[in-house]
Design a protein around this ligand. Structure first.
Ligand code: SF4
Length: 385
């Protein structure tokens, strides 16, 4: 598959809020099930091992007719669009939903979902915030075993340890491919525009992992063969967009303003585990231990006494980022409460930054383009000094 074809397929999946590909996947074999999950992290291996398609939901840019009636005005947008997707029937292909513990909004949404869709499976997945193996780890193993039992019941199958290990292997391959593209983008950002990489990640929310792995391989081969010009852009690390995603137009606006995004936290669930999960031994315990030991640092994860912002500064150095853009959804408590601490850390490290907020249904990007363009120009001046 060629480069244009890959992007067209990803764009089509991105635009399709009615999950047509999920419906088609289910129709191919009667009895197939699909389970949706909210950002950020859900152990997709457990869903996949039961033969169920995990489907990542990230709201969407659409007209909100009924979704607004469920929420006050001063919270983020993603719960409204998710409700709208549900009540408008666009999520009918899903046999259930999983709501990971990211923030109060998602937790409340899980309760509302249970009331609104009592006939469908709906589960609040409590991810541990205590990372000690005998406390948070033991708790999380129980959570995962319960989730696995639920998936087996829904699919009507028994999942052996070997089968779960095989799913882990496939998702390890997926994480490695995604990470490989992130590394390639940091080395040669002109080869891998973030607006393309983002579409690839979003495709992974709705495609079976086997297909997504093949798509990532095809994309990598295609961009390595393309002869793209290297521009004199600034190298930017972007933070804050881990849950409600910015519109694609906003990412393109940042790029067109002269920025190479060399690191970001878009669609973070697919990169939550920073190391491969062991592929032998007790599969559930492996998933739990990798979560404890190798979770990415982000606003919704507790990091104890470690200073906030240290990981961001380290990442900036690794990726040769010249500046940071804090780009968070309006009213996103986790992102916006962390932001001053992160800003303090990058300031102490003499890394310039700028910040703005967005909503997933923003349609105007001119002001952001001007702001990021000015920021990019000023970085060039500072770097030259
Ligand atoms: S955007 Fe922020 S506040 Fe809203 S649901 Fe996501 S994490 Fe919670």
């Amino acid at each position: 598959m060629g480069h244009e074809q890959i992007l067209q397929q990803c764009q089509k999946l991105y635009d399709d809020l009615a999950l047509t590909n999920v419906r088609q996947w289910k129709e191919q074999r009667p009895g197939r099930k699909a389970i949706g999950y909210m950002p950020i992290y859900v152990p997709r291996e457990i869903i996949h091992a039961a033969g169920i398609l995990p489907v990542g939901l990230m709201g969407g840019d659409m007209e909100i007719i009924r979704g607004d009636a469920y929420y006050q005005s001063y919270i983020c947008h993603i719960p409204r669009s998710t409700i709208e997707l549900g009540v408008s029937g666009r999520l009918d292909a899903l046999d259930g939903m999983i709501f990971p513990s990211i923030c109060d909004v998602i937790r409340n949404l899980s309760g509302m979902w249970q009331l609104m869709f009592p006939d469908k499976y709906s589960r609040y997945l409590d991810l541990p915030q205590n990372y000690a193996a005998d406390i948070g780890g033991a708790f999380y193993i129980e959570e995962l075993r319960t989730l696995l039992a639920d998936m087996q019941r829904i699919a009507g199958v028994e999942v052996s340890n070997e089968r779960l290990l095989e799913s882990i292997r496939l998702y390890n391959e997926n994480r490695a491919r995604v990470q490989g593209l992130y590394d390639l983008r940091a080395d040669q950002p002109w080869r891998v525009p973030t607006s393309e990489l983002y579409l690839l990640l979003r495709a992974g929310n709705v495609l079976p992992v086997e297909e997504h792995n093949a798509l990532l391989d095809a994309y990598r081969a295609a961009v390595e063969a393309l002869d793209r010009p290297q521009l004199d852009n600034s190298r930017i690390v972007l933070r804050g967009a881990f849950c409600e995603q910015p519109p694609l137009g906003l990412i393109r606006a940042i790029e067109r303003a002269g920025c190479y995004i060399v690191d970001d936290d878009f669609v973070l669930g697919s990169r939550w585990l920073e190391k491969a999960v062991p592929e032998t031994g007790d599969a559930v315990a492996n998933l739990a231990q990798t979560f404890l030991d190798h979770s990415v640092q982000t606003a919704s994860a507790y990091i104890g006494d470690r200073p906030k912002g240290e990981a961001l500064v380290t990442r900036c150095r690794q990726r040769k980022g010249e500046g940071v853009i804090f780009c968070a959804a309006s009213f996103c408590d986790p992102a916006l409460l962390d932001q001053p601490m992160l800003a303090k850390a990058v300031e102490a490290a003499a890394i310039p930054y700028t910040e703005f907020k967005y909503a997933e249904n923003n349609g105007q990007f001119q002001a952001i383009k001007e702001q990021t363009g000015t920021f990019s120009d000023s970085l060039k001046l500072w770097v030259q000094e």
